[in-house]
Write a protein that binds this ligand. Sequence first.
Ligand SMILES: Cc1ncc(COP(=O)(O)O)c(C=O)c1O
Length: 390
Amino acid sequence: MTEKFDTQIDRSGTCAEKYDSREHYFHSATAEPFWVADMDLPCAPFIVEAISKRAMHPVYGYTGVDEKVYESIIWWMEVEHGVCVEKDDILLSPSVVTSFAMALLAKTKENEKVVIISPVYGPFYSIVRNNNRDVIDIHLIFEEGKYQFDFRAILEAFSDKKTTMVVLCNPQNPSGRLHSAEELQIILDMAKDNNVTVFCDEIHSDIVFPEKVHTSVLSLRHSENVIVAHSTGKTFNTSGLNTSFLIIPGILKSSLTNMQLRLHTGEVNLFGKIAITAAFTPEGREYKNKVVAYIHENIKQCVEILLKLEKLQIVFPEAGYLLWIDFSYYGSEDFVSNLLIKEANVILSNGSFFGPPGFGWFRLNCAHPRPVLLSAVERIYDVFSQQPEH
Ligand SMILES: Cc1ncc(COP(=O)(O)O)c(C=O)c1O
């Protein structure tokens, strides 16, 4: 399996955003891209097979949802996350970001406030602002290499009657931090006391490293007040299939269903449904565990090289395939980005994409063939080890 993952796949001619949008966003058509969070590793062969088999049937008309889609989600949530989900709790949706927009429209009104806990996946900000809601941006506290919730600031924000939603991301993107059950329970309790709806993005939650545990908010007290978004996108590298799902175990479900009817966002991709049923299986679990082991080793080896640059701060992730690195010692975001692209020939995600506390940081996608990734990281080491100390 390692051999297979080590092989670079040519993505040219597939409109891969990571490659084809380099010029537009980073003014380089050639620097190796480690920014967009999809894998350069192959999707599981049995998923490819299931999709290919369906693709051979020449009619791609409107399709309903096979019961197997729900059954496989229910099975996966139980074996992977220890949560018991009912079919009625599940809503299919084209993507996690669409799900967030639906949840926002359903559970908040214009000019209300939404708590975002940053650094975090950038589109949360734009969705809130583009829908005329206000962002209350609360920064995670970075202490001893680990991000922690600022409970006091969160409670203060919740106490404002105009605050009606909080967005959680667990595992956390960009840092790969797993929030503990205790920490999450405090947030859920405070949210319940203050009539704040909890939207929790758990898209990275299947990729968890040895001895680490992901706690789904679905397993906690007051889960009737949560909306959880998940997908096969990250775990099985199927983001281009645009199939995600929401789990809403409580009374919030009806308002989300109504919003789906208003927006007509309930139709999901034919091939995405096939991917879900092929992925959320014992075979899928086995394949996923191999991918996780490969990524974990990638991350360990990248960290080993980068730690030689003593001026970097690196957050060792507990989950996901992203490595969050503080380059601020070396200069501004523009300066570092320029060095990365022009000198090291690599593109990382700029930290400012993840909100104000991200400035100075960069995110490296480690779900790439190991030889390609390590050679890029060696180049980063070479360039920054030659930077003057100050
Ligand atoms: C935390 C997080 N949420 C959501 C998304 C996007 O998911 P989707 O493509 O299903 O909208 C990403 C993609 O990078 C992500 O990292």
